[in-house]
Design a protein around this ligand. Structure first.
Ligand SMILES: N=c1c2ncn([C@@H]3O[C@H](COP(=O)(O)OP(=O)(O)OP(=O)(O)O)[C@@H](O)[C@H]3O)c2ncn1[C@@H]1O[C@H](COP(=O)(O)O)[C@@H](O)[C@H]1O
Length: 107
C-alpha cells in the first residue's frame, strides 16, 4: 500500500473515533480523559522515542516513532487543528534553510 495517504486516513479514523465508546476505543478513551492526558501521553511517547533512538534497536525506534505520530494526530484533532494546516506550514517553510530562518528572527 502506498504511504502518501496514511496520515490522512489516520486523521479521519481518529476524528471518527473521538466520540466513540471509551470502552471499545483508545482514541475515545484518551479524549474522555481530556487534553491534559493527551498532552501527557504525547510527552511520554516523545521521551520513549528519544530513548529508543539512543539505546534501543531500529525496530523499537520505528515503533516508538509511530506511537509519537499517532498521539500527535490525536492531540491536533482534540485541538481541532487539521493536519492540512501543519502540512501547509511545512510547505511554507520548504526551501528555507533552518539556519537562515533562525538568523532572520528579530532578536
Ligand atoms: N495507530 C494507533 C495507535 N498507536 C498506538 N496506539 C495505542 O496507544 C497506546 C499507547 O500505549 P501505552 O501503553 O502508553 O497506553 P496505556 O497503557 O493505555 O496508557 P495509560 O493509560 O497508562 O496512560 C496503546 O493502547 C496502543 O495500542 C494506537 N491506537 C490506535 N491507533 C489507530 O487508531 C485507530 C482507532 O483506534 P481505537 O480508537 O482504539 O479504535 C486504530 O485502528 C489505529 O489505526
Amino acid at each position: 500500500m502506498a504511504h502518501s495517504e496514511t496520515l490522512s486516513r489516520l486523521e479521519a479514523t481518529i476524528q471518527s473515533r473521538r466520540q466513540a465508546d471509551p470502552g471499545s476505543s483508545y482514541v475515545a478513551k484518551l479524549n474522555a480523559r481530556g487534553l491534559n492526558k493527551i498532552a501527557q501521553k504525547l510527552g511520554e511517547e516523545a521521551t520513549e522515542t528519544v530513548i529508543a533512538a539512543l539505546v534501543e534497536d531500529r525496530q523499537a525506534l520505528v515503533g516508538e516513532a509511530a506511537d509519537l505520530i499517532f498521539h500527535l494526530v490525536v492531540l491536533l484533532a482534540a485541538k481541532d487543528i487539521p493536519l492540512a494546516d501543519v502540512m501547509a506550514e511545512l510547505d511554507r517553510r520548504e526551501g528555507v534553510s533552518g539556519l537562515a530562518e533562525k538568523a532572520a528572527r528579530p532578536s
